[in-house]
Design a binder for this molecule. Structure first.
Ligand code: FAD
Ligand code: DHB
Length: 391
């Protein structure tokens, strides 16, 4: 079996790449470990930067997002029982779209499969070979049979726990762990605010988000080793009410829980993001803590760079864009690393910090809430830096 680009992983990164390549007349095969139902149901990110939403439209998969996604022109920071709105539209002229990651995965899968794209689900034991040659291969097992896929280029879009990163011979890793995790819930209740709320409370961080006018997505800061079994629905709601309470009487509407889980938090960058004919994209190469809503957006930004570089390679035989992939992508990766770390440390209560540290975080929040320059900086990073800078 032979294709031009072999893609490992059918997450947002792998599927978007397959779609952007198809639009340039470049063939790909996507190898995914799970079945279709599983990847279409997995609840994960929900915020699209202005440019990510635009990328999906340009890729021809924006119709459902434009119909069902929720356009937000700002967000709220909440601390010391007070609210402060950051007006993205006014500060940057751009907003965000709230639309679940699994909906994007559904839209991309429908587009690829509808156009006859080759996506193999439930593949096992992916192994790469010949990455230093111009005929790299992916070996894998599907339905109990061994297969070999010959390609020009292999893209590892297989997430943080994938196999591709292991084929970089001598990567440098930059990493930071945080002394907390997020407990996330999905509940059948109308949003209690028309925009997202990022709250710092002395008991820890809380986030109010949403998926539809009838479904909310909420997160609570918990310990990194937290046992989900210790969190009854009642305890979760009590904590959410406490952490989101305001002096002006904010009311949170409850509803039946549809999903709950714990997400660990870390910052991680692996460089270079390429070796020979292997290129990594998205979570396979880097992870951010979710507080800045950057993970999926960064995965999509990598893919924009890579799809453009592969386009140049196939159309004009250019190798310079592919050679520069890591360097080009890392500009945005490090900006997102810093923004996510900054949002995380400002909004979470670090159990290892002393009172001095807590006061610094509060001072930072007050500064953001009172300085137009700081508000603009948050808004610019949150809605996403323009691609026009080359990355
Ligand atoms: P993934 O979405 O991880 O996709 C990788 C794909 O590769 C998967 O489908 C996987 O099954 C497949 N795969 C893995 N290994 C193999 C293999 N060996 N062979 C074949 N296929 C393989 N970001 C936010 O911005 N906000 C959030 O609220 C948020 N919540 C998250 C919650 C969880 C539990 C997790 C894990 C992540 C969350 N993220 C969040 C991060 C965001 O979801 C990711 O940044 C985004 O999914 C990255 O996309 P990706 O395509 O690079 O990787
Ligand atoms: C959501 C997730 C985030 O990480 C974030 O910063 C905002 C919203 C969400 O899942 O809706």
């Amino acid at each position: 079996m032979r294709t031009q680009v072999g893609i490992i992983g059918a997450g947002p990164a792998g599927l978007l790449l397959s779609q952007l390549l198809a639009l340039q007349g470049i063939e790909s095969v996507v190898l995914e470990r799970h079945d279709r139902a599983y990847i279409e149901q997995r609840v994960r990110a929900g915020v699209l930067e202005h440019g990510s939403a635009q990328t999906l439209r340009e890729a021809g998969v924006g119709a459902r997002m434009d119909e069902l996604g929720m356009a937000h022109g700002g967000t709220e920071l909440r601390f010391m029982r007070r609210r402060h709105r950051i007006d993205f539209e006014q500060l940057t002229g751009r907003g965000i779209t709230v639309y679940g990651q699994q909906e994007i995965v559904k839209d991309l899968l429908a587009a690829r499969i509808g156009a006859g794209g080759d996506i193999r689900f439930e593949v096992q034991g992916v192994e790469l070979a010949g990455l230093d040659t111009d005929r790299p291969t992916c070996r894998f097992v599907a339905a109990g049979e061994q297969h070999q896929l010959e390609c020009d280029v292999v893209v590892g879009a297989d997430g943080f726990h994938g196999v591709s990163r292991g084929y970089l011979p001598n990567p440098t890793v930059y990493e930071r762990h945080y002394p907390f995790a997020w407990l996330g819930i999905l509940a059948e209740a109308p949003p209690s605010s028309h925009e997202l709320i990022y709250a710092r409370h002395e008991d820890g961080f809380a986030l109010h988000s949403m998926r539809t006018p009838h479904i909310i997505r909420m997160y609570l800061q918990v310990r990194p080793d937290e046992d989900l079994a210790q969190w009854s629905d009642e305890r979760i709601w009590t904590e959410l009410h406490t952490r989101l309470s305001t002096d002006d009487g904010f009311k949170l509407t409850e509803g039946p829980l549809l999903d709950k889980g714990i997400t660990p938090m870390r910052s991680f960058v692996c460089t270079p993001m390429q070796h020979g004919r292997l290129f990594l994209a998205g979570d396979a190469a880097h992870i951010v803590p979710p507080t800045g809503a950057k993970g999926m957006n960064l995965a999509m930004a990598d893919i924009r760079v890579l799809a453009h570089a592969l386009g140049g390679y196939y159309a004009d035989g250019r190798t310079d864009l592919l050679a520069a992939y890591t360097e080009t992508a890392l500009h945005r990766v490090w900006r997102a690393m810093h923004f996510s770390w900054w949002m995380t440390t400002m909004l979470h209560v670090d159990p290892d910090e002393d009172e001095f540290g807590h006061q610094l975080a509060l001072s930072q929040l007050e500064y953001v809430a009172s300085s137009r320059a700081m508000e603009a900086s948050l808004a610019e990073n949150y809605t996403g830096l323009p691609y026009s800078q080359g990355w």
